[in-house]
Design a protein. Structure first.
Length: 348
């Protein structure tokens, strides 16, 4: 048995987990957990082994998880921002705070997870923005854990509201990376057991991710066909009396070509990320780093046509968000959002 560093000389109970012992204060645990209160109230046999002159209680939990639960109970659980390396601690505390009914720690963990794996589109956009560093490099794995780890945790603890964003995030990987699983990070310097060093999706989960990935790609293809190919000018087009709005139609055509490049994975390597690609469609309308062969310039599309296309894209992104649970077989098909082209509705 190993005496842990979490050892109070004035403690009055020793918690044993695996081969590790923790000397703590019974009142601190009882104050926050009804389960511990009941556990300590059970009469112990007279011959029970004592540690350092106090009674002991055995928990059948990984010692590294018990350590982080105790640290959270004594010191609090505070993280300034979303960082992927915090996930093992959050997961450990969440598992044990759920098991021992320590509600305030459980809620704090859920707040962190809900921020990283949001249930609404605004939350997703904020998460994606946070993944862009000061050099404008997109590094989601620096801020958020590998989605396969999140899917595993969500299934273990019945946190189904985390699954849509986790499945969508994972689907943005290529198939080879999806099936490769996710390495389990060390917790408190303790590496995972060899047989648990990598987490893989279950067969039905893998199928759902790959089919959902295809559904997102089909949605983008349908959007391009329905909303960008030969898109008419807006009713209030400022250029409609100048060659029937040719510059606006040419601008839309140029946008379509760039979206096709994105769908093909040429520009960003994100060929299965419709939310990102649709967002890029709108951003292209205001960019000034294009070239006409002589100088850098922006698109000549008028404000009315720009606004018309931006509204169309905004509706499509909202529609994508409502479809994600269905794409990944997380819920039954829902009614289509009004105002979108029929060809997009056919992908429900």
């Amino acid at each position: 048995m190993v005496k842990s560093s979490f050892w109070f000389v004035d403690g009055n109970v020793v918690i044993i987990a695996g081969l590790t012992a923790f000397k703590v204060h019974r009142g601190q645990l009882e104050r926050h957990s009804e389960v511990f209160r009941d556990l300590f109230s059970i009469p112990q046999p007279a011959e029970q082994e004592q540690w350092d002159g106090v009674p002991s209680v055995t928990l059948h939990d990984p010692p590294e998880e018990v350590l982080h639960l105790l640290m959270a109970l004594y010191d609090g659980l505070y993280f300034e921002k979303s960082v992927a390396k915090n996930f093992p601690i959050i997961a450990a505390v969440l598992r044990l705070s759920s098991k021992y009914l320590i509600d305030h720690l459980r809620q704090r963990c859920l707040i962190h997870l809900d921020t990283d794996w949001p249930s609404d589109l605004d939350g997703w956009d904020a998460r994606e923005k946070a993944a862009i560093d000061k050099n404008q490099s997109y590094s989601p794995r620096d801020t958020c854990a590998h989605p396969t780890l999140v899917i595993s945790l969500a299934n273990d603890l019945d946190l189904t509201h985390l699954l849509p964003s986790a499945y969508y995030d994972l689907s943005r990987y290529g198939p080879r990376r999806i099936i490769s699983g996710a390495p389990v990070p060390a917790l408190g310097g303790v590496p995972p057991k060899e047989d648990r060093s990598v987490v893989y999706l279950e067969r039905h989960e893998l199928k759902a991710v790959l089919l959902g990935r295809e559904a997102g790609q089909r949605f983008l293809s349908a959007f391009i066909e329905a909303e960008l190919t030969n898109r008419p000018i807006a009713a209030q087009c400022n250029n409609k009396h100048h060659d029937a709005g040719r510059v606006c139609r040419e601008s839309t055509y140029y946008v379509m070509l760039n979206v096709l490049r994105a769908v093909g994975g040429i520009t960003h390597g994100r060929d299965a990320d419709p939310l990102f690609t649709l967002n890029q469609t709108v951003e292209m309308l205001s960019r000034t780093d294009f070239t006409d062969g002589v100088r850098r310039c922006g698109l000549k599309i008028c404000s009315a046509c720009k606004e018309d296309l931006a509204e169309c894209v905004a509706k499509a992104r909202k529609h994508v968000w409502t479809l994600i649970p269905q794409w990944f077989s997380l819920e039954q098909p829902a009614a289509a959002s009004p105002g979108l082209a029929a060809s997009l509705d056919s992908l429900d």
